[in-house]
Unconditional design. Structure first.
Length: 571
């Protein structure tokens, strides 16, 4: 009647609904008043350096830490909708197992998947010593972790992961939520299939992957590998090699002590300071290089390239800049020893423009479709910088005050990262405000539901009284037939359509109708005995189209009255 949703859907709110293999996640408005609730609590003696291993089939997890604490304590809260059949049994079916181990503490929450049918909300609150290791896995829920000095492993099937400072290495994985982590003293591996990743300072290596969100990091002390299938990538400082790959976003790198390799399928690339070998490639954006000091290989298919070479360096290796559709603009200091090899392949109106530099045209340059190739040798020549465009211009300019320009660009880059840090602080504050607002809305909803229940109870009483009166009035002219016998005469029926509004509000239940059926078996009149108004009208609209075989007394067809029961269930 209500339809079924195939497959699996798990949301990070910690709710799970199962009917066979049908899962769904309700909104807050479906949380029932006076939910059936149970708690599981316990504690274990703990030594610093131990490990918590928490595995749960569903539930959000909050972990707090205290310096010098001597025990691990936990509280698990389980809630069920009282409108569900056997709500108390559902709560009891969620099993929590806790035990001390050689490593520390093991905490497990399980659902009997083969027999469980219902909706539960589960939340964990765990308190640990500050110097402890943590390993947490949940199939449905968020994980939030306070500052901790050990190693961390967090895994959620779809929730958000939020952590403060981590003293060891960390591995964070979620199937669809965001990842926000502050400082990590070791290495970090963070993976999300669809959310954003924000990290502050990572002292070790950093590998961050997102299936479609942004990846933003303040600094990574070791090797950096940043990957996203559709978002932007931002790294302020890299202490080692940097690899950044995005399928459609922009890449921003402040500075890196090692080599840089960046590739974008649809966005621009900007690097403030290049000290090591650098390879940049984009299919659909421009490339900006503020301080070129090492060897560079940069190419763009659709966009320009702009590069500034500082006055205090000497290029140590050959470099190459190439673009298909766009201009190349290079700013060089007057005293730099360098050899520039520039070529414009497309010809036509495109040209090499170097008004103040000693440009020597080696070939072409007479207009038409002929390509142009030129050379600039400054201060006796030096490492070769090769510039090549297919359809565009090459512009060469002297730069008089590179340091001032560099500081302006660096300031702009730093301000961008400050905005990202402000976004992270705002996200945490917004999360707290959201939780408070949800609590307030829940209280309001509970009060509203209480009033609605009282109103529905009164309406039900009135309808029952009216129905009783109508039954007495109609029995005189119609023959009452019980529901089971009359259902055997049903020859044509129409299934009620589950109202969209009822589905959105999580309304389900039973509708009782009294039917007056004429001598030919047609439904002549319908009276609602009991049922939610949103479901009652859908029932009436469907039953009005039903057709029965005539009822006979002797050889004569007669009019009858009967009762029909229709069940609406959200699955």
């Amino acid at each position: 009647m209500s339809g079924m949703m195939a497959g699996v859907s798990i949301r990070g709110c910690g709710w799970l609904v199962l009917t066979g293999l049908v899962w769904s996640a309700p909104v807050l408005a479906q949380v029932p008043p006076k939910a059936v609730t149970a708690e599981r609590t316990g504690s274990f003696a703990a030594q610093e350096g131990g490990r918590l291993k928490l595995v749960t089939d569903l539930g959000s997890v909050r972990v707090t830490t205290q310096p010098g604490a001597t025990q691990v304590s936990y509280r698990v809260t389980i809630q069920a909708d009282p409108r569900q059949a056997d709500a108390k049994k559902l709560v009891d079916q969620f099993s929590v197992s806790a035990k001390g181990t050689a490593e520390g503490v093991s905490l497990t929450g399980t659902v009997p998947w083969t027999s469980f049918r219902g909706r539960l909300q589960v939340s964990y609150e765990v308190q640990l010593p500050r110097r402890y290791n943590v390993e947490i896995s949940t199939n449905a829920g968020n994980i939030r972790l306070d500052e901790i000095e050990g190693e961390v492993i967090l895994n959620s099937a779809g929730g958000n992961l939020l952590t403060r400072n981590i003293g060891g290495s960390a591995r964070l994985e979620t199937k669809g939520g965001h990842i926000i982590v502050m400082d990590v003293n070791g290495s970090l591996l963070a993976t999300t299939l669809g959310g954003h990743i924000y990290a502050s300072q990572i002292k070790g290596d950093g590998t961050l992957r997102s299936g479609g969100g942004h990846v933003t990091v303040t600094s990574i002390g070791g090797r950096a590998q940043l990957i996203t299938d559709g978002g932007n990538i931002s790294l302020e400082r890299g202490g080692g090699t940097v690899t950044a790959t995005t399928a459609g976003g922009r890449i921003d790198v402040g500075e890196a002590a090692g080599a840089i390799r960046a590739q974008s399928e649809g966005g621009g690339i900007r690097v403030v300071r290049l000290a090591g070998p650098t390879q940049l490639q984009t299919a659909g954006g421009s490339i900006y290089l503020t301080s070129v000091q090492g060897a560079v290989r940069a190419a763009t298919a659709s966009g320009g390239i702009t590069a500034w070479i500082p006055t205090s360096v000497k290029i140590q290796a050959p470099s190459e800049l190439e673009c298909s559709h766009g201009d190349i603009v290079v700013y060089v200091p007057r005293q730099l020893p360098i050899t520039i090899d520039a070529s414009v392949e497309g010809g036509g109106e495109h040209r090499i423009d170097a008004p103040d530099l000693p440009l020597k045209i080696l070939s072409g340059g007479k207009g038409g479709a002929e390509s142009v190739r030129g050379e600039v040798v400054l201060n006796g020549g030096g490492e070769r910088l090769r510039l090549k465009v297919l359809h565009g211009n090459i512009r060469l300019r002297f730069i008089e005050d590179f340091q001032a320009l560099y500081q302006r660009i660096l300031k702009s880059h730093t301000e961008a990262f400050e905005k990202m840090r402000e976004w992270e602080r705002s996200a945490r504050e917004q999360q707290s405000r959201k939780q408070e607002e949800l609590r307030r809305q829940e209280e309001q909803w509970k009060e509203k539901q209480k009033q609605k229940q009282e109103e529905m109870l009164q309406e039900r009483r009135s309808r029952l009284e009216e129905w009783s009166l109508r039954m007495r009035e109609t029995i005189a002219g119609r023959i009452p037939v019980n529901a089971e016998d009359q259902s055997k005469k049903l020859i044509s029926d129409v299934k009620p359509q589950y109202p969209d509004e009822a589905r959105r509000e999580g309304v389900e239940g039973i509708v009782w109708l009294e039917l007056s059926i004429d001598k030919d078996g047609r439904v002549e009149d319908i009276h609602v005995i009991e049922g939610h108004p949103l479901l009652a009208q859908a029932s009436v609209d469907a039953v009005r189209q039903w057709r029965y075989a005539p009822t006979h007394v002797g050889d004569k067809p007669v009019a009858v009255t009967t009762v029909v029961r229709l069940a609406f269930r959200l699955k």
